[in-house]
Design a protein around this ligand. Sequence first.
Ligand SMILES: NC(=[NH2+])NCCC[C@H](N)C(=O)O
Ligand SMILES: [Mn+2]
Ligand SMILES: [Mn+2]
Length: 343
Amino acid sequence: MKKFNRIATTCISYTRRLSGSIKVGVLDVPFEKGQDKSGVEIGPKSIREAGLIQKLIECCGIKDVKDYGEVKYLNNCVNAQVLNMKHYDDVISCSRELSDQVEKVIRDGRICLTLGGDHSIGIGTIHGHMKAKTEDLAVLWVDAHADLNTNRSSQSGNIHGMPLAVLAKELDYYWPPLPGADWLKCKLSLRNLAYIGLRSLDPYEHVIMHNLGIAHFDMFDIQRYGIDAVVSAALDKMDPDHNKPIHVSFDIDSLDPLEAPSTGTPVRGGLLLREGIHIMTAIYKTGRLGALDLVEVNPKIGNQSDVDRTVTAAMHIILAAFGQNRRLVKPESNDLIPPNNNK
Ligand SMILES: NC(=[NH2+])NCCC[C@H](N)C(=O)O
Ligand SMILES: [Mn+2]
Ligand SMILES: [Mn+2]
């Protein structure tokens, strides 16, 4: 099948051990106005409280993790609204501040880990990453949804369903003038984008996906070819020369709701946590991860055990991206074997 014609260059063949030299910067974005449900703004806090920074150090061997704290914004960058874009002013103001913060973290020589918040924050994180490095980024969007609506195609008016359309060079023409968004200068080419995990698209998103030939690997592909082949093919599609910096935007709703129930727009039939981990391990092994967003964890949805399961899943995804090794290792010394005293 054409989609998989370069599978031979499997990403799993990389075995560089990189974590020791990696520097990480963590940013919280307690932002919820890109959708309707309250609670997603406390996602970052719940992931922190599960021991994120300590685990990055202990489980991934990262020696340098810097905490950049919360992104705060003033809603003063625009006082206009746009048709069918709820809380437009807040989203634009927050995105602008976030873009500057992500740029700073990356210019400090760190991989930027951004904890959302809803997925509208992808506008600011990707834009900041492009400002710091290059417009020629490779973006992997792991999601049940395409988040590719414009204000005219969206059925909800929620901007968390629109971030990629806002950023896309090829869709510029479809937008009305966006007030207060003149700072949004960098544009992403949809040729550098690949999706994994899709299973719920709006009608117009199907049309854009098809007409523009955007690389996408849905649940059928994962079932048919397996996650290892899918992630290799996605890496090939978004960056055939394997030399661009990579931005991963991971929506927790890409996982099956049995794995991650506490999220605002769950869709059944999704990725197993094990598959999510495999994707992130493959990304880590490229050595080219520049920024990771982990979004849409909503601790106000479900009971305590649902929330714990969702937060733990998010943690596993993040740790895999930063090199947590889950494979069996050969012990270095036989001293570890307990003596047999019954001899
Ligand atoms: N980031 C997300 N969870 N997005 C869900 C989007 C759902 C739907 N396609 C919409 O535009 O409203
Ligand atoms: Mn989603
Ligand atoms: Mn999303």
